[in-house]
Design a protein. Structure first.
Length: 296
């Protein structure tokens, strides 16, 4: 763990991504202290441009865009991390069980995994959300968790099949350790990098998918989130009337969060896969090339 943390500390992608995500989380937590406006109340004129009173302008019905952006971050982050955690937990449990137990357990889990993988994810989500009606953010998170765990389970199973052939696992089995203890204390720590990649990727997927479903009108209109901000701005023809701040604010927020999480995902992949750690090697190679040119 110390080596992993040290690798993260020296990884520029990890530091940049962590700073971006930390800033967004801090702004969401500090929303009541950063704005005095209620995100659901009318506090100004319709489509008022950015000013000292309203830093990001107002919506068509006079709501403060900056307040809605901060409070909407709470909902979007909660759905993203909640659904990401659910997807990761389910996928990790099924993947380790299938990979270590094998036999009938592996066949049953692999059957359901393949069945979920074959069904197109986004159309299924659209059908389920439309069937439910105006789905709340937590319902969307549960739908995402129930339909998006298969990829993580498949990758974790493949890694578990490799780890269970290691000597320390065989030694634990020969000592009579119970299966649950071997899976929890011997196999799980050795697939933690895969779990980390799965979690970060699932959070990105959940945030973008929630915004997509709400933008299509399948969310709860009473909810304050980035997806509902996009939906309301589109219905208000924000771009057509020149109220660019109404629709670009949640767009840039989603881009910033996606970029930060993607950088963290790349960093976890580099730490887990030594073959991807080419930054220092390339730097040394460039330095040697410059020295060689100087001698010539």
């Amino acid at each position: 763990m110390g080596a992993v943390l040290k690798s993260f500390a020296h990884n520029r992608k990890a530091l940049t991504g962590l700073v971006i995500v930390a800033i967004i989380v801090a702004l969401a937590i500090a929303a009541p202290w950063l704005t005095e406006y209620d995100p659901t109340r009318r506090v100004g004129r319709p489509h008022q441009p950015p000013s000292w009173d309203h830093w990001l302008g107002t919506t068509r019905i006079g709501q403060d865009v900056f307040a809605r952006l901060l409070y909407g971050a709470r909902t979007s982050l909660a759905v993203g991390f909640g659904a990401g955690l659910l997807i990761t937990v389910v996928g990790t449990i099924f993947g380790i069980l299938a990979g270590y137990k094998g036999g009938r357990t592996d066949e049953v889990i692999s059957f359901f995994t393949n069945m979920v993988l074959v069904v197109p994810n986004l159309p299924l989500l659209l059908v389920l959300a439309a069937f439910i009606g105006q789905a709340s953010p937590w319902v969307i998170a549960l739908i995402l968790g129930a339909t998006s765990w298969a990829w993580g389970a498949r990758v974790t199973r493949a890694e578990t099949l490799s780890v269970k052939q290691k000597d320390f696992v065989k030694s634990a089995e020969m000592l009579g350790e119970p299966s649950w203890r071997i899976m929890l204390f011997e196999i799980f720590p050795n697939v933690i990098s895969i779990v980390g990649i799965n979690f970060v990727g699932s959070v990105i997927f959940a945030v973008i998918t929630e915004a997509t479903l709400e933008f299509l009108g399948l969310g709860d209109p009473k909810t304050v989130s980035w997806g509902m901000m996009l939906f309301n701005a589109q219905n208000a023809s924000a771009l057509q009337v020149g109220a660019w701040w109404d629709i670009l604010s949640p767009c840039f927020a989603l881009i910033a969060l996606g970029a930060g999480l993607s950088l963290l995902n790349f960093a976890v992949d580099e730490v887990a896969n030594p073959r991807l750690r080419t930054g220092n090697t390339l730097s040394r190679w460039s330095l040697l090339m410059r020295r060689g040119e100087g001698r010539l």
